[in-house]
Design a protein. Structure first.
Length: 93
């Protein structure tokens, strides 16, 4: 599932296995040769930590994923995260 699609930039040789969720309220940049295992979730959407402010405010932070990255099953990539080149993210991280 991809939320909007207009904020998603994907490089060459990208693969997403089944049951992945990408919430692209802000920019998501994915490099070349990136592989997402089943159940990976990428979220740019977030909320304030303060309870009162959280009632009426939502915002998003961009995510960058470099080249030659493998993200393991059920990993969750949170708003504002930058993953460098040649990185392996553990399953369930």
């Amino acid at each position: 599932h991809i939320d909007y699609g207009i904020n998603l930039r994907v490089g060459r040789n990208f693969y997403a296995n089944f049951n992945c969720t990408i919430l692209d309220c802000a920019a998501i940049t994915i490099g070349d040769n990136v592989f997402l295992a089943p159940g990976v979730q990428i979220y740019t959407a977030t909320h304030p930590l303060g309870a009162i402010e959280r009632r009426s405010t939502e915002f998003a932070k961009p995510i960058e994923i470099g080249n030659d990255v493998w993200i393991g099953g059920a990993a969750i990539i949170l708003p504002g995260v930058r993953i460098g080149n040649r990185v392996v993210v553990a399953a369930g991280a």
